[in-house]
Design a protein around this ligand. Structure first.
Ligand code: IMP
Ligand code: MG
Length: 181
């Protein structure tokens, strides 16, 4: 284990199980649907989860990416998510599935929801790997959440602190001394 990590929240094996369940939930949701859903990865944090999730699904999907930045390099969200890279595809009339790493304050999700609904998506579904409900400052929630956590800062499997730790294959709680120094 990386020495900056205090404890593991989800092991590789546990992540794989969560991914499998989320994929089954999406397959059931879109069963019998004629149109092809557009799966959107909110970069960079959701990239690992996204790649595993779309490969675990049986439903034929299209994929697209959007980069949203909410932090400088602190562990507190700025509350003002910024779109750094927009989608390539049009969402008009599409069944959109937004794939998030974590819903924290909810600001990013509200921004994405308003943007995608405003562009005329037919439906909007949110799947997140993690949910921190106790941290919410706006009234929004994911349609499917793999794992609920308290007020702890976690890294790995896409999640970062100051752009580090994204390539850890597991998710762990970052030692406080790392971000409080
Ligand atoms: P929100 O806009 O406050 O909901 O923040 C969402 C974004 O903050 C996520 O997509 C993550 O990139 C980041 N974030 C929130 N909590 C954590 C955490 O515990 N570890 C790493 N990134 C986090
Ligand atoms: Mg991040």
């Amino acid at each position: 284990m990386n020495s900056d990590i205090q404890s593991i929240v989800l092991s590789e094996k546990q992540i794989a199980e969560k991914v499998e369940k989320a994929a089954k939930w999406l397959d059931a949701k879109f069963e019998g649907t004629q149109s092809v859903p557009l799966m959107i990865s909110v970069l960079k944090g959701s990239v690992m989860f996204f790649c595993d999730l779309v490969r675990a699904m049986d439903t034929p999907v299209q994929i697209d990416f959007m980069t949203v930045s909410s932090y400088g390099s602190s562990s507190e969200s700025s509350g003002m998510p910024r779109i750094v890279m927009d989608l390539a595809a049009s969402v008009e009339g599409r069944d959109v599935v937004l794939v998030e790493d974590i819903v924290d304050s909810g600001n990013t999700l509200v921004k994405m929801r308003d943007l995608i609904s405003g562009r005329g998506a037919k439906s909007f579904t949110v799947v997140t790997l993690f949910d921190k409900p106790s941290r919410r400052t706006v009234n929004v929630s994911a349609d499917y959440s793999c794992f609920e956590i308290g007020n702890e800062f976690i890294v790995g499997y896409g999640l970062d602190y100051a752009q580090k730790y994204r390539n850890l294959p597991y998710v762990g709680i970052l030692k406080r001394e790392i971000y409080e120094k």
